[in-house]
Design a protein. Structure first.
Length: 434
């Protein structure tokens, strides 16, 4: 069941309120105002505006995604590593240095700017920075996931920055703090951060495993955050009324790590410097405390869809009145993979009603998809190129370069039971090893 554990004072000042007329005067995007759930909608996604990405062959991050430090002119990156289809095959890999998304503090964020209502989904796998071990227990709030953020107008970093203007909502997975907000207990965590005018309200709940699908849906003023284990049932984690959000927003991949150390610096210094042992002098309020960033977040894809509110929910408040089941009735669809590798394609489809992860003129087939000892990968016109099998932690279990063979039989008898992903060109098929 979803829950709401964050409350916002209605008397808080709301800034950067763009009216629709002001927005239309400043952009060429087409926006159609709607009335959904009793609130003014930002309108549907403009055609050709959003770009899907599966981070496959030929993918570079700069193809489709902007980095917040570059856009706002901070002149630093809080990332030790950022690449696509390199560190982890077929995935966007982000490894943050000491940084945090909290209050006015900033951390890594790769985004697209999108106008209107949309659903955005990813599959994220998290581990320690080495890509194999778990996250260090001393590296609190080492998390990766999705963020919906209000854009800022400045491009000159600290010179243009002022306190109290961070506005976003995020859902991230990883390791937070067993005794932190909402007292989740020991394990992996899903954390919601709802930040209004530079004041963050966070809540954690226990996660399940190290690979999760995360989803943000924006429908008018309603923002709905969801998660599930791959192939499982979607859960509504949180919903929030963000009437302060303008029509045009930033949506994308965020991460953070080592909040305890990051919080020992003042906000402007933390935002404008790489926080590590090379700082000299180190202006930390606790310079004896060591640096403990420890996260590798690997994102399999970023997919945009539209959401059609069913007639029975027309005029219903999606934040305070609709039930979780009401929301899941139209937001629990599966995304369709295989439409692009790294170059992207237009978003805006309504999503599939079943698992559909094969799409090409020479479609890959995996038989059986529930395997014990072996399985076969084939293509009607022959396999030409790389075939990968990747486990749920993003590790390559099998790789072969094919030269026109009709099929390849892969021995999986020694593999651990669990979920694997077979990748060929731009297609992905899920495999379950018994």
């Amino acid at each position: 069941m979803g829950y709401v554990c964050i409350t916002i004072d209605n008397n808080q000042n709301q800034t950067i309120m763009k009216t629709l007329s002001t927005f239309l005067a400043s952009t060429s995007k087409v926006v159609t105002p709607l009335l959904i759930a009793g609130m003014m909608s930002a309108g549907p996604i403009a055609v050709g505006q959003s770009i899907d990405d599966e981070f496959g062959t030929g993918s570079t991050i700069s193809n489709n995604w902007k980095e917040i430090g570059n856009v706002e002119g901070w002149g630093v990156s809080h990332l030790k590593l950022a690449d696509a289809n390199t560190t982890v095959a077929g995935k966007l890999a982000l490894k943050p240095s000491t940084s945090m998304w909290y209050n006015d503090y900033m951390a890594p964020f790769y985004f697209q700017q999108v106008t209107g209502d949309f659903v955005f989904t990813t599959l994220v796998t998290f581990s320690g920075a080495n890509g194999t071990s778990g996250i260090n227990a001393n590296s609190h709030y080492s998390l990766g996931g999705l963020m919906l953020r209000m854009p800022k107008s400045f491009t000159n970093g600290a010179s243009g920055w002022s306190a109290g203007h961070e506005n976003y909502i995020s859902i991230m997975a990883g390791y937070g703090d067993n005794f932190g907000p909402c007292n989740p207990g020991a394990g992996t965590h899903i954390m919601v951060n709802n930040t209004v005018n530079g004041v963050s309200n966070m809540c954690q709940t226990l996660g399940a495993g190290t690979t999760l699908e995360l989803r943000i849906a924006r429908i008018g003023n309603a923002v709905i955050l969801m998660s599930r284990v791959p192939g499982g049932t979607w859960n509504v984690i949180h919903r929030e009324n963000r009437a302060d959000f303008p029509a045009q927003m930033q949506i994308g991949f965020a991460c953070m790590s080592d909040l305890d150390k990051a919080y020992t610096y003042n906000t402007v210094f933390a935002n404008s410097h790489v926080l590590d042992a090379n700082l000299s002098p180190d202006p930390s309020s606790n310079f004896m405390q060591g640096f403990n960033p420890d996260l590798l977040a690997a994102f399999d894809y970023g997919k945009f869809n539209t959401a059609t509110v069913p007639s029975n929910l027309a005029g219903v408040d999606l934040v305070n009145v609709a039930s979780d089941n009401d929301l899941l009735s139209f937001l629990s669809f599966n995304v369709t993979l295989g439409g692009n590798g790294g170059n992207g394609g237009n978003g805006g489809g309504s999503g599939s009603t079943g698992v559909s992860e094969i799409a090409s003129a020479n479609a890959m087939q995996v038989m059986p998809t529930l395997a014990n000892d072996q399985f076969k990968v084939s293509a009607e016109k022959g396999l030409m190129g790389d075939v990968y099998v990747i486990d749920a932690l993003g590790r390559v279990q099998y790789h072969a370069v094919m030269h026109g063979e009709l099929n390849v039989v892969i021995d999986c008898a020694a593999w651990n039971s669990g979920i694997y992903f077979v990748k060929y060109n731009n297609a992905t098929q899920r495999l379950v090893k018994e």
